[in-house]
Design a protein around this ligand. Structure first.
Ligand code: MUC
Ligand code: MG
Length: 381
């Protein structure tokens, strides 16, 4: 039985300012969810977003309050092992709130995996790879710093795929910045851009033509999420791959984009999709319609990143790799044993559930004061 559901906001500074066209992040707020079951199992989930309300329509605070007020009361007393039933009830009763739903579904799957003694990947169809390639995002706002950062990552064998955040400056300045980095890193290194919806269609035509010429190999969400017709025209016009990100809020959006041929690649994100199962459905739409897959992130900490990795390890096709580097952007680790990044890959945890343990003392220390002094009790499982 589901006995108790707690939500915890954890504010963690980033290792450097992370500049996106929609926000500059100096810290990340992790929304952790802890589901306690009467059989002694505890499941953890995460519903983290980027830049408060700058990126999506859920904020860390709304995720917390909506779980506490509306979602948790629906679940208390239900069978913890009946995840399909629990999520069907939530999806029928609660509109929107995809991040909150994802956090809950993740926690239920973590507990279920522990109960059955299998990693979450095995509850999602079964892993087909032990590790996933991981890109790093260069977003310091400074070309020379970005090059130095990338060179260090390459020599440490941590990342050899780089995504550059652009869209804040003029097209000219952004193109010059990207091409300087591409030239410095050379042909063997993949350089991609994420415009985070900042361009109009004409700017996109101008920018993409020059980036394509310069050897950039992926253009992420160049125009507004709702402008799928423009995305279709850009996809048709250029041979460089165009990826949909903010325009994907689950499998239905994937169907529309596939019908309109409005992307070559899907950025699959568990939170944007509303959970691991809808994200898996989105990936299936891609697989069935010949759209390549990329494992996206909302810069989650260790819990959301492990959950994403569990899912992405089940994708038969993952042509563009992943960007599951969230924990590496943060100054504090919430896991007692950090995830393993080596040889340009993240190794997917193999222990039951998400395969991670939380550092309860650190979470108690970092958690945002919530007007009471409750401490999370340590429950080993
Ligand atoms: C996004 O739009 O893809 C992922 C990596 C990063 O730096 O920002 C995110 C969000
Ligand atoms: Mg993106």
């Amino acid at each position: 039985m589901i006995q108790k559901i707690e939500t915890i906001l954890v504010d963690v500074p980033t290792i450097r300012p992370h500049k996106l066209s929609v926000a500059t992040m100096n810290a990340q707020t992790l929304v952790l969810v802890r589901v306690v079951c009467s059989d002694g199992h505890v499941g953890w989930g995460e519903g983290t977003t980027i830049g408060g309300l700058n990126y999506g329509e859920e904020s860390p605070e709304s995720i917390k309050v909506n779980i506490d007020t509306y979602i948790a009361p629906l679940l208390i007393g239900m069978q913890a092992s009946e995840i399909g039933k629990a999520m069907a009830k939530i999806r029928k009763t609660i509109q929107g709130n995809r991040f909150a739903k994802c956090a809950i579904e993740t926690a239920l799957l973590d507990a279920q995996g522990k109960r059955l003694g299998v990693p979450v990947s095995e509850l999602l169809g079964g892993r087909v790879r032990p590790s996933v390639p991981v890109a790093w995002t260069l977003a310091s706002g400074d070309t020379a710093k970005d090059i130095a950062e990338a060179e260090k990552m390459i020599s440490d064998r941590r990342h050899n795929i780089f995504k550059l955040k652009i869209g804040l400056k003029s097209v000219d300045e952004d193109v010059a910045h990207v091409l300087a980095i591409k030239r410095a890193l050379g042909d063997a290194i993949s350089v991609r851009v994420d415009v985070n919806q900042a361009w109009n269609e004409l700017q996109a035509i101008e920018g993409i033509a020059r980036l394509e010429d310069g050897g950039v190999d992926l253009i992420e969400q160049p125009v507004e999420a709702s402008h799928t017709d423009a995305m279709a025209r850009l996809t048709k016009r250029f041979s460089v791959a165009v990826m949909a990100d903010e325009s994907l809020h689950g499998p239905q959006d994937g169907m529309e984009i596939a019908r309109k041929s409005a992307a070559n690649v899907f950025a699959v994100k568990i939170a944007q999709s509303g959970g691991l199962f809808p994200a898996k459905q989105l990936a299936t739409v891609g697989e069935l319609t010949g759209i390549a897959l990329y494992g996206g992130t909302m810069l989650e900490g260790g819990v959301g990143t492990a959950a994403s990795a569990q899912l992405f390890s089940t994708f038969h096709e993952l042509a563009y790799g992943t960007e599951l580097f969230g924990p590496l952007l943060l100054t504090e680790e919430v896991l007692s044993t950090p995830l393993i990044y080596k040889d340009f890959h993240l190794y997917v945890p193999t222990r039951p559930g998400l395969g991670v343990d939380l550092d309860i003392d650190r979470i108690n220390y970092l958690k945002r004061a919530q007007g009471h002094a409750d401490q999370i009790e340590e429950i080993a499982s």
